[in-house]
Design a binder for this molecule. Structure first.
Ligand SMILES: [Zn+2]
Length: 80
């Protein structure tokens, strides 16, 4: 049995799948970053589902791009 996740859209525990998704992030209102990464989705409504492992990988990639483009550290940047 794969682990199940809570979907805020369906408001219940749902089955999910992972697919490559293009995500846009704006870092500190100064740099728009586009990443193409695996994101967990709800099988019922297809909306994005929070997944700590996948989300932290995406943020790592966003930081990496930010640091490469600006030459500055983004480690103190946290979403939300
Ligand atoms: Zn759903």
């Amino acid at each position: 049995m794969p682990p199940k996740y809570y979907c805020p859209q369906c408001n219940k525990i749902v089955e999910t799948y992972v697919k490559e998704t293009t995500e846009f992030y704006n870092v500190r209102n100064e740099l728009d970053v586009t990443v193409h990464m695996p994101v967990r989705h709800c099988k019922v409504c297809d909306c994005d589902i929070y997944d700590a492992d996948l989300d932290s990988k995406i943020l790592d990639e966003v930081y990496r791009i930010y640091e490469k483009k600006t030459g500055r550290k983004a480690t103190d940047y946290k979403e939300g």
